[in-house]
Ligand binder design. Sequence first.
Ligand code: SF4
Length: 354
Amino acid sequence: MNAAPKTLRHLSDLEEAGLTLAEKRAALERVAAQYAVAITPALAELIDRADPNDPIARQFVPDAAELETRPEERADPIGDDAHSPVEGVVHRYPDRVLLKLTHVCAVYCRFCFRREMIGPAAAPLTPKQLDSALDYIAAHPEIWEVVLTGGDPLVLSARRVKQVISRLTAIAHIKVIRVHSRVPAVEPTRITPELVRALKAKGKATYVVLHANHARELTPEARAACARLIDAGIPMLSQTVLLRGVNDEAAVLGELMRALVECRIKPYYLHHGDLAPGTAHWRTGIEDGQALMRALHGRLSGLCQPAYVLDIPGGHGKSPIGPNYLTRVGGSHGMARYDVEDFNGRRHAYPPPR
Ligand code: SF4
C-alpha cells in the first residue's frame, strides 16, 4: 500500500517532486535557512511543472530572489510589535485585536508579511501566555472582535481550537470571532466536521476569512471544505494579496473574485504587497492595483469587489487606496459640487444640495 503523500518541507523533497532543480540547491539552501518552506500535497498536485511561470508555484516554491532585500523592507512591515501589549495580542484598532495562537502554517507563502516571525521553529503561545492574552481581552470591554491569526490557527487540533473559542465565548463583550486561514484551500482535509463544530461559538458570530490568490486554488476539494464551513452557518470572506505574476491581470483577478463568490465567499480585501524582506519581486505599483480595481468595477458584480487596501508601514493600520471616482470641482462646504466617474471612465457632474 502506498503511504499518504506528505507536506514537502525540504529542498530534497522539492527536487524529488520536480519543483526545484538540484543546480539551484546552494542558493535555495540560503533561502530555506532564512524562511520556512512547506508545500502541502494538495498544492504540490496543483502545480504545473511544465509552466515556468505557474502562479501556484510562484507563491510557494522558494526562489533565490528572496535573498535580495531592499532598504525600505522591514522585518515587521505592518508594525505588529508596536501594538502588542502582551505576547500573542496585537491591539491596533480600538474595537478589535489579533490573537496569534501559533506561528506555524500549513504552507509558507513566499511573500508572507510575517515571514520573519513564522515557521516551525517559532514557539507557540504557552498556556501562561494564552491566559495573559485572554485576561487582556477580558479586561478591555471596548474589544468587540477577536481575529485569530498567526501563523494559521486552523493547523491547530479541533480540540485546541474548541478550547480557545470556548474561552473567548465566555467573554461577554466579544461578539465576533474571525479566523484567518489558508487551510480550507491548501489542506482541505483538515476541515473536518469536528473542526467545524469547534469553530462555532455559541451566541457569537464566527467568520472564516480565506486567503486565496488565484482561482486554481479553489479546487473541488477546497470548495467542498468551504461549503462544510458555510453550510454549518459560518460565513466566509476572502483576502487576496496582489502579486506580480500571480494575479496582477484583470482577467485573472476577476476570475478569482467570481470563483470566490460562486463558493459563497465574499471578497473582502485585496492587499497591496507589504514591505516584507525579499519580496520586492512580487510587489506591483499602487497605480497598477488601482487600474485592476477599475477593471473589476462595473464589469463584475458588486459581490466580486474587494476593498483595495494598504497596511501603512510602521503599524498605522490599513487604509483603502482607491481608486477614487469622485472629484470636488467647486462650491463651499455643504454646497460642494463634484464630478463622479462612471465605470467607462466618463465623468458626470453631481450637483450641490438645494
Ligand atoms: S498562511 Fe498566512 S501567515 Fe502563513 S505564510 Fe501564508 S501569508 Fe504568512
